[in-house]
Design a binder for this molecule. Structure first.
Ligand SMILES: [Zn+2]
Length: 202
């Protein structure tokens, strides 16, 4: 991490500290699921701007994303240029899906959440949300940073977390979210394997 100049603020905290946990019969049960989201925002009426994958798109500036303390949507956000910042440390239990909110605070700590920046557009008609995502959905830089976050979380747990999609977790729930759209699992897997090989040889 030091050699690659990665700071704790980019990876949701110190990799020497444990991930969040819940208590089951007095025992710590550590986070199990690494939940991948797309932000589904900003939503455009017709077309995406041509520069959404460039630093010239203002939304790729991390300083443009701020939430009041306690209302952050996730543990981390990853811009389309592959930059990330900690919204909550991986050691802090955080709920970010309808499913977890329905279960209650007893599950707070079992899920880690990553928001990948992805805009949407509305189709013609009266849709209440914006369901159309760019193709391809995410940039290589996003898969690279997501893989790094996944490895950091898994090191802190001591075993691999289960990657999951928000859409599957909320499946069947009213107003469940549809993200991440156009996620390419093979690209994510390749980046995880590439990064592991890099760590082993460095
Ligand atoms: Zn989501």
């Amino acid at each position: 991490m030091q050699r690659a100049s990665i700071t704790n603020n980019e990876i949701c905290g110190n990799i020497d500290l444990p991930v969040s946990h819940i208590l089951v019969n007095g025992n710590n049960v550590y986070a199990k699921y690494f939940v991948i989201h797309d932000m589904s925002t900003p939503a455009y009426e017709n077309n995406f701007p041509g520069n959404i994958n460039s630093s010239t798109w203002s939304k790729n500036n991390l300083t443009s994303w701020n939430w009041p303390k306690g209302s952050e949507p996730s543990h981390s956000i990853v811009t389309r240029t592959g930059k990330s910042k900690t919204l909550n440390d991986f050691g802090l239990g955080w709920r970010a899906t309808k499913f977890e909110k329905k279960i209650g605070v007893s599950c707070r700590g079992l899920f880690l959440h990553i928001e990948l920046l992805q805009p949407r557009i509305y189709p013609p008609g009266n849709a209440v949300s914006a369901p159309v995502a760019p193709t391809p959905g995410f940039t290589d830089a996003q898969y690279q940073r997501l893989a790094l976050l996944y490895i950091c979380a898994s090191i802190r747990k001591g075993e691999w977390l289960v990657p999951a999609f928000h859409v599957n977790i909320d499946e069947g729930l009213k107003d469940g979210h549809d993200d991440p759209q156009n996620f390419e699992l093979d690209k994510f897997t390749s980046e995880v394997l590439r990064l592991i090989a890099l760590i082993k040889t460095s």
